[in-house]
Write a protein that binds this ligand. Structure first.
Ligand code: GLN
Length: 447
């Protein structure tokens, strides 16, 4: 598949041909289930869009039954920016319901398959976007990352996924999961494309009160020659599988070969991240999902009175994972437990932030695993707790609001891609992309 950089140079006729070819290819691969639908109408370079980003006149459902019938009345800011830059939203991609999950199995539209091995998950929650790019059914895609949902599916499908600093990319028009953690970001075939798409979608937006007043761009200044100080975490990676440890060693060698300085650092046990994240995320999700009452949006299941209509709509409309999180969120916010859980989680979040700040006092980047293993087989993570635990390497970055980029390093003996991530200090996207580009060049990963 041609890159985004190449596609941006195509004429209108060439673009039309490319889009028709893409559409044919998608039709010929229905079992992958990466796209929910294709909307081949716009003029620009086609970009696949996760089903939680508003595209005017599209059905946008966050992978949920409760939003069936809802038609987006406006464009998210990222879509407006894309259209201005000559891109066009091409189709919406499958995802875990309301972005809750790590496998894309909780979608109302059924599961998406991993393009490299159909017996495995593509990761989640942006599994449709990752599978589309990984399978050559998209030039590039947008995903959203609350606790790893861009980086982990990117790693599982052998592509690049980038989560910007919190506030860099407008959340206006993003279906909220946990508002203090959510960021939209690029999912692409390579680091340079990620930088190009990041530049297009980032920048201050008065429509998002948490948007940062920053507009600096990275893709024109990419410099893989820069020598950086990069922290590695020998103890922190002990819980990862052999596949990941091998990739980690390989990446360290590659970074050294590129002339970067490697420094050993440590992080506290990730079990605290998991607790702090699942309390914070479910508390915010509970509040955000309260609006889906059958009156304002989408699907309504009528009852005898208003209360019964709410109950019927929500009971029928939300899937099991979403219900589980609504229960958890209400529990941690309830008066008897608020101090013990929610307040404590916020304190832990503060400690995590401080821990990163300390490391970034004298390093430029941190090298970390993305997931503890390669893509799981379907059914392998059978209880929800196992799935939550598998997020150990991604969620602290969202809690701290930092930018991170996941890129493929090597394949395990079964041919599954192993991705790792680089993490930068807040607003240091330039450093992040420079380091990632130098690692990508030295590693020379091929599909
Ligand atoms: N797997 C994590 C969760 O289920 C992260 C999801 C995400 O980033 N949207 O909450």
């Amino acid at each position: 598949m041609m890159t985004l950089k190449e596609a941006l140079k195509l004429s209108a006729d060439e673009l039309k041909k490319l889009k028709d070819e893409l559409q044919e290819k998608i039709k010929a691969n229905p079992e992958l289930n990466a796209y929910i639908d294709v909307n081949n109408v716009g003029e620009g370079v086609p970009i696949a869009i996760k089903d939680n980003i508003q595209v005017k006149d599209w059905s946008v459902t966050s992978g949920s039954k409760i939003l069936q019938g809802y038609i987006a009345p406006y464009n998210a800011t990222v879509i407006e920016k894309m259209i201005k830059a000559g891109l066009s939203p091409f189709g919406r991609t499958n995802m875990d319901e309301f972005a809750m999950g790590s496998t894309t199995e909780s979608s109302f539209y059924g599961k998406t398959l991993n393009p490299i091995d159909a017996s495995r998950v593509p990761g989640g929650s942006s599994g449709g976007s990752a599978a589309a790019v990984g399978a050559g059914l998209a030039i590039a895609a947008l995903g959203s990352d609350t606790g790893g949902s861009i980086r982990q599916p990117a790693a599982f499908c052998g592509i690049v996924g980038m989560k910007p600093t919190y506030g860099r990319v407008s959340r206006y028009g993003l279906g909220a999961y946990a508002s203090s953690l959510d960021q939209i970001g690029p999912m692409t075939q390579n680091v340079e494309d990620a930088a190009i798409l990041y530049d297009i979608i980032s920048g201050h937006d008065p429509k998002d009160s948490t948007s940062a007043d920053k507009n600096d761009k990275v893709s024109k200044n990419l410099n893989p020659q820069r020598k950086l100080r990069i922290a590695v975490l020998p103890k922190y990676i002990e819980n990862a599988s052999e596949d990941v440890k091998i990739a980690y060693a390989k990446a360290i060698d590659a970074l050294k070969a590129q002339g970067h300085e490697i420094i050993e650092r440590e992080m506290m046990d990730a079990k605290f991240d998991i607790s702090a994240y699942y309390i914070t995320a479910t508390a915010e999700a509970t509040t955000n999902l309260a609006r889906y009452d059958g009156i304002r949006y989408g699907n309504r299941i009528e009852g005898k009175n208003l209360e019964e209509t709410f109950i019927n709509t929500r009971s029928e409309g939300f899937g099991d994972e979403v219900k589980r999180r609504i229960l958890l969120g209400n529990f941690v916010l309830s008066s008897g437990y608020y101090e013990a859980y929610y307040v404590k989680a916020q304190k832990t979040r503060h400690i995590i932030k401080e821990e990163y700040a300390k490391i970034f006092e004298d390093v430029d980047l941190i090298l970390s695993p993305v997931a503890p293993t390669v893509a799981n087989k379907f059914g392998e993570l059978e209880n929800p707790m196992d799935m939550y635990l598998s997020d150990l390497y991604t969620i602290s970055i969202n809690l701290a609001g930092l930018p991170a980029l996941s890129l493929p390093i090597c394949k395990n003996p079964e041919g599954m891609p192993v991705g790792l991530q680089l993490i930068a200090n807040a607003y240091e996207e330039q450093t992040l992309f420079d380091g990632a580009l130098s690692l990508e060049r030295e590693i020379a990963y091929t599909k």
